[in-house]
Design a protein around this ligand. Structure first.
Ligand code: KG4
Ligand code: ZN
Length: 344
C-alpha cells in the first residue's frame, strides 16, 4: 500500500511517501526556520500562511522524488493533532481535497504516534513491547507501547518540554532559534561537570518531568555570570554553561526512560522526536542500555525531527485497521495518545 503522509502541525511543511508503513520512497521537509527566527519562536499565524504557500510544492516534490504519480497513491495520512490549530487545518484540508478527488481513503494521525512509529522506517525495528520516549519542542513523554495503536502514558512533562528548554537557553545565550542544535554544538567545547545545574527527578516513583526550574537556574546563573564577570570570566565559558545545561537534561531523560523500562520489563527502549538527534543523549542512553543489557533504538535524525514519512507509517497501520476519516474530520490542539488505545 503506497501512502502519502502529510504533517503541518508546527513550523515544518512535510510530506513523505511510504510503502507498507516501512519503506520510504521520499521524505520532503520545508523548514520555516528563517520566517520565525527573528521572533525567537514559532508565530502561529505566520506558520499557517507559510503552510498554505508551501503545501502544494512540498507534496509535488515528494511524489516526484518517489517517482510516482498521484494515481499511484492508495491512501493519504495526515496529522490532526496535537499542534497549532491553524497550521493543522492547512494539512487536513489539503489532504481532504486530494483524497476526495482521487477517491482514496484518508486517515487522521496523532503526531506523537508518528514520532513513536518513526522507528519502523528503519531497517531493524524493535519487537513489541517497548518503552518509548518522545522528546521534542512540544512534548516530553514516556509510553509503554504494546502494539500498533496500543499506547499507555507512563510519564510526561508538567511544564516545559525538553526541546523548549534547549530553545530557551539558546535564546538566553544569543544563539537564536531553534536552539537545540546550536546548544549541542556549543557544548562540544565545554565541560559538562562545570556547573551543577539542578536535576529535577521529582518524587521517588515519578516518571514525570519538569524543566522550568532548570531553565530558571540557567537564566539566573547567566545573569550573574554576565554582570559579575570578575570571578566567573576566567573560569567559566558559555560553552561550559551549555554543556552543563545539556548534561542536566540528558541525565534526567536517561534516568526516567530507564526507570520506566525496568518497571515494564520491556526488552528495548526507543527514543524519537527532535531532541533525540542530540548526540550526547544518544551516547548516554546507549551506555545506560548497554549496562542493563537492553536494546536501544533511535531513528536517524531525518526521521526524528518532524516529517511526513512518519505520518505515512502511522497512517498505514490505521488504514489496515479500517480507521478512515470522513470529510467532516477535524483537528485538535490537544490529543492524548492514550485515547487511541482500543480499551479507551
Ligand atoms: O520533533 P521536532 O522537530 O518538532 C516538534 O514536534 O517539536 O523537535 C524540535 C525540537 C526543537 O526544540 C529543537 O531545538 C530540538 O528539537 N532539537 C534538539 C536537537 N535538534 C533539534 N535538541 C537538542 N539537541 C539537538 N541536536
Ligand atoms: Zn514533532
Amino acid at each position: 500500500m503506497i501512502i502519502l503522509g502529510i504533517d503541518t502541525s508546527c513550523d515544518d511543511t512535510s510530506a513523505g511517501v511510504v510503502v507498507d508503513g516501512r519503506s520510504v520512497l521520499s521524505n520532503v521537509v520545508h523548514s520555516q526556520v528563517e520566517v520565525h527566527h527573528p521572533y525567537g519562536g514559532v508565530v502561529p499565524e505566520l506558520a499557517s500562511r507559510e503552510h498554505t504557500r508551501n503545501i502544494m510544492p512540498v507534496v509535488e516534490a515528494s511524489l516526484l522524488k518517489a517517482g510516482i504519480q498521484l494515481n499511484d497513491l492508495d491512501g493519504i495520512s495526515v496529522t490532526v493533532g496535537p499542534g497549532l490549530v491553524g497550521a493543522l487545518l492547512v494539512g487536513l484540508y489539503y489532504a481532504k481535497g486530494l483524497a476526495y478527488v482521487l477517491n482514496i481513503p484518508l486517515t487522521g494521525v496523532n503526531h506523537l504516534e508518528g514520532h513513536i512509529l518513526s522507528i519502523f522506517l528503519e531497517e531493524d525495528p524493535p519487537p513489541f513491547p517497548f518503552v518509548a520516549l518522545t522528546v521534542s519542542g512540544g512534548h516530553t513523554s514516556i509510553y509503554h507501547v504494546e502494539g500498533h495503536g496500543r499506547y499507555t502514558l507512563m510519564g510526561q512533562t508538567l511544564d516545559d518540554a525538553a526541546g523548549e528548554a534547549f530553545d530557551k537557553v539558546a535564546k538566553l545565550s544569543g544563539l537564536g532559534y531553534p536552539g537545540g542544535v546550536a546548544i549541542e554544538k556549543m557544548a562540544q567545547n565545554g565541560a559538562c561537570d562545570k556547573i551543577p545545574f539542578p536535576r529535577a527527578y521529582m518524587e521517588k516513583d515519578s516518571l514525570d518531568f519538569s524543566f522550568s526550574g532548570l531553565k530558571t537556574a540557567v537564566a539566573l546563573y547567566m545573569k550573574q555570570w554576565r554582570e559579575d564577570r570578575e570571578p566567573y570570566e576566567q573560569e567559566t565559558t558559555l560553552a561550559d554553561i551549555a554543556a552543563s545545561f545539556q548534561e542536566s537534561v540528558v541525565d534526567v531523560l536517561v534516568h526516567k526512560l530507564m526507570t520506566a523500562r525496568r518497571r515494564t520489563d520491556a526488552p528495548s527502549v526507543v527514543m524519537a522526536g527532535g531532541v533525540a538527534c542530540n548526540s550526547r543523549l544518544r551516547e548516554k542512553l546507549s551506555a545506560a542500555a548497554r549496562d542493563e543489557g537492553v536494546r536501544v533504538y533511535f531513528p536517524r535524525p531525518e526521521y526524528c525531527t518532524d516529517n511526513g514519512a512518519m505520518i505515512a507509517a502511522a497512517g498505514y497501520y490505521r488504514l489496515l485497521r479500517g480507521e478512515i476519516a470522513g470529510m467532516t474530520a477535524d483537528v485538535t490542539s490537544r490529543f492524548p495518545i492514550e485515547s487511541l488505545s482500543p480499551q479507551n
